[in-house]
Design a protein around this ligand. Structure first.
Ligand SMILES: Cc1cc2nc3c(=O)[nH]c(=O)nc-3n(C[C@H](O)[C@H](O)[C@H](O)COP(=O)(O)OP(=O)(O)OC[C@H]3O[C@@H](n4cnc5c(N)ncnc54)[C@H](O)[C@@H]3O)c2cc1C
Length: 349
């Protein structure tokens, strides 16, 4: 077998986007992935939201990341001939006077002008109005399973994909290449999400687990066409289906759904909207977050040409396209990585 340019371990959102961008650069790649359907990527809501939280804070680097992601997904949508992407907005229900004040002061800041606006004429009988309403836009809404399926087909058509568990002990580090089973590759990139904790080369990095749960709800009379952020986020997915959630739990990485979070989501849902509904799915995934909330990119401190692409945390959709390109420029042209994302920030001097 010819020597590949890259072997990528992990084909979640991060690994898929990295693989796609490398193929676009005419690189010969191989991918090893064991998707059990429960990966963070397959459970995600699918939103790129520029302003988050109770205090309306702009996401890190969003002025760069959002236009980059928008162009990337728009082009991908066309080239893969699919339908996973749309530009949307969030109707944010404000529940307290303090939050309303935060919203008004944020709206007056120039840096927030492109993203925040007020709802002048709010009237929706089935949505609890709170003490005020805000509009967050542009928001990108991506059907992440359709995206991953389309990317998966593209990667399979253009490269060698092995659907199996990668065994790190079977990776042999030779002088100028890596050997894994019958595969030889000049570079290896690990994009394993939270399962990086089993990777003996990179498990020293401070990955933190943020378990998320969400309910998929069907309602014929809810009739919401934009994302609603009230006591919980409610995202329309088409055909009367809504993604409701997700939650955060920093203390568990059990892949099983819990009754406590289901009850929590249902209560928040019913405090946000009035409708008849039925639950059709309960989603669970583990987000690969980092203690400083920045991605993990870079070369292993001892093993040349061995890289990591991880730590996408709660924002894989906005971070992955931009930072896949950033990592590729580093691996191909030796361009410096941003200090904030370079894994050498965790290495002792
Ligand atoms: C409930 C929930 C909601 C979310 N909502 C959003 C959202 O709205 N917007 C947003 O931007 N982000 C969201 N996220 C975060 C987003 O999903 C993650 O940032 C992103 O999916 C991480 O992708 P990843 O490829 O790094 O990890 P993963 O999706 O975990 O993929 C890693 C892949 O590597 C494979 N793998 C690992 N080890 C091995 C091995 N040894 N052998 C073979 N294969 C291996 C796994 O099987 C998997 O396929 C959400 C996450 C959750 C859980």
């Amino acid at each position: 077998m010819e020597t590949l340019d890259y072997l990528i371990v992990g084909q979640g959102l991060a690994g898929s986007i990295l693989a796609h961008q490398l193929i676009q650069k005419q690189k010969r790649i191989g991918v090893v992935d064991l998707d059990n359907g429960n990966t963070a990527s397959r459970q995600a809501t699918g939103l790129i939201n520029p302003v988050t939280g109770r205090r309306f804070v702009k996401s890190w680097k969003i002025d760069e990341l959002l236009p980059f992601a928008q162009t990337y997904y728009e082009k991908l949508n066309i080239s893969l001939n699919d339908d996973f992407f749309r530009s949307s907005q969030i109707l944010k229900i404000i529940h307290s006077k303090e939050q309303l004040n935060d919203f008004h002061s944020r709206s007056n800041e120039d840096a927030y002008a492109p993203y925040l606006g007020a709802y002048q004429t709010f009237s929706a009988e089935n949505i609890y109005p709170g003490v005020g309403q805000a509009k967050i836009a542009p928001v990108l809404q991506i059907n992440i399973n359709t995206l991953l399926d389309a990317l998966g087909r593209y990667i399979k058509d253009n490269t060698e994909v092995r659907q199996e568990a990668f065994k790190h002990e079977d990776l042999f580090i030779r002088e100028d290449f890596f050997e894994y089973q019958d595969i030889k590759a000049t570079k290896v990139v690990f994009a394993e999400g939270y399962l990086m904790r089993f990777n003996p080369f990179f498990n020293y990095l401070p990955i933190r687990f943020a378990k998320g749960e969400a309910l998929i709800i069907e309602s014929e009379d809810l009739k919401i066409h934009q994302v609603l952020s009230s006591k919980i986020n409610i995202s329309p997915m088409g055909k009367d289906i809504y993604y409701v959630g997700a939650t955060y739990d920093w203390s568990s990485f059990e892949q099983s759904p819990t009754k406590a979070k289901k009850d929590y989501i249902l209560e928040a849902f019913q405090e946000s909207v009035r409708c008849t509904f039925k639950i059709i799915d309960h989603k669970v995934g583990i987000r690969p977050t980092v203690k400083d909330r920045r991605p993990l990119l870079g070369e292993h401190p001892k093993h040349r040409n061995m890289y990591v692409f991880n730590g996408m945390g709660t924002k894989g959709l906005s971070l992955s396209p931009f930072f896949a390109q950033h990592l590729i420029h580093h691996m191909e042209y030796n361009e410096a990585l941003y200090d904030e994302v370079n894994i050498n920030r965790f290495h002792e001097a």
